[in-house]
Design a protein around this ligand. Structure first.
Ligand code: PMP
Length: 343
């Protein structure tokens, strides 16, 4: 158990914000005559969405086993990343830690918000360099938070030692679990009451197969959730987004079936790839992709593009590596056939 004074970490202008509220909050559903928001009275999607996303949060709370007041819903987890910077980091003054190779939006969003980054690379086995992280946070008081991604994109492995980090790091720890539904037993979501400075991010974009819908979420202590709620645009998640995510949550069996197929295909693809001469190494993965070291990543990437198969060239982050998303059985077979023609 570690209780960190969250309010001390928040930018003063954010702390002073009042939460969004409307008299409509007192009504459920569509009862009442709503003449307060300059909507058009005609049509089917004429009303603004529920800014508190009550129906979706209620169902999520049940499926994810996280209390309602400890759930935040964002327009994809990319929005959550941006909000976290805005809440905790003063532009041009504060800094954050990222551990490359990792998800690129932590850097893009830091650049947009004018937040300086400390890059502390993962070790050779793609784990956190805890000593260096703690040393950096200790010597630079501008460090307000750290992003850790587990399972990590693009390496595919989950990070050990996250509890050690939580026990010792004094800023906000953001655990990005975009891929955790592929290995749910490793989620940190059950620790949000143990560590008041932990934010766990998840998404509907991966195992839930809804990248087009843009719904991400954060689980944390109530203080952090209310800060996220105050900082978001009131109508950040559309009615359609909320409905589609809600419907997906009521079809858990379908979700599990698809996820199991992807996991089987991941094992099959890894086995078949390992038989190819151009493949030097396949990194173990807990996600829906494989990081694969090949003889020449640039050439293989380009030759695949010529054949209309797009993988991700990760050569600049991990030498001679491509990241391959697990597709349908048919897509995976086509990829293998095309790779078999390369020498
Ligand atoms: N985190 C990680 C680690 C990701 O790989 C991605 C998407 N590639 C995201 C977050 C973004 O998720 P969303 O679609 O919910 O914005």
């Amino acid at each position: 158990m570690r209780t960190v004074d969250i309010e001390k970490m928040v930018r003063p202008n954010i702390l002073a914000l009042k939460p969004y509220s409307s008299a409509r909050d007192e009504f459920s559903g569509n009862e009442g005559i709503f003449l307060d928001a300059n909507e058009n009275p005609y049509g089917t999607l004429n009303r603004y969405p529920d800014p508190h996303q009550k129906a979706l949060k209620t169902k999520l709370s049940e499926v994810k086993n996280v209390p309602f007041n400890q759930i935040f819903i964002g327009n994809g987890s990319d929005e959550v990343i941006d909000l976290i910077y805005r809440i905790f980091c003063e532009p041009g003054k504060d800094s954050a830690i990222v551990c490359p190779p990792t998800y690129g939006m932590y850097e893009v969003s830091a650049n947009i918000n004018h937040i300086q980054l400390h890059e502390i690379p993962l070790t050779s086995d793609f784990q956190l360099d805890i000593e260096k992280i703690l040393q950096t946070a200790e010597t630079d008081s501008s460090v307000k938070l750290i992003f850790v991604c587990s399972p990590n994109n693009p390496t595919g492995n989950r990070l050990d030692n996250l509890e050690k980090l939580l026990e010792n790091f004094n800023g906000i720890v953001v655990a990005d679990e975009a891929y955790v539904d592929f290995c749910p037993e490793y989620s940190l979501k059950s620790k949000i009451n143990k560590y008041s400075h932990l934010i766990v991010m998840q998404t509907f974009s991966k195992a839930w197969a809804l990248a087009g819908v843009r719904v991400g979420m954060a689980f944390a202590g109530e203080k952090i959730i209310s800060l996220l709620d105050k900082t978001k645009p009131p109508y950040n998640v559309s009615i359609i987004n909320q409905q589609v995510a809600l419907e997906a949550l009521s079809r858990v069996d379908e979700f599990e079936k698809r996820r199991d197929t992807i996991l089987q295909q991941r094992a099959y693809l890894a086995e078949e790839l390992s038989k190819l001469e151009i493949v030097k190494k396949i990194y173990p993965s807990d996600a829906n992709f494989l990081l694969v070291e090949v003889s020449d990543a640039n050439r293989i990437y380009n030759e695949l593009v010529q054949k209309k198969v797009i993988v991700r060239n990760r050569n600049r982050q991990v030498t001679n590596c491509v990241r391959i998303t697990i597709g349908t059985p048919g897509e995976n077979e086509e990829l293998l056939n095309k790779l078999r023609t390369l020498v």
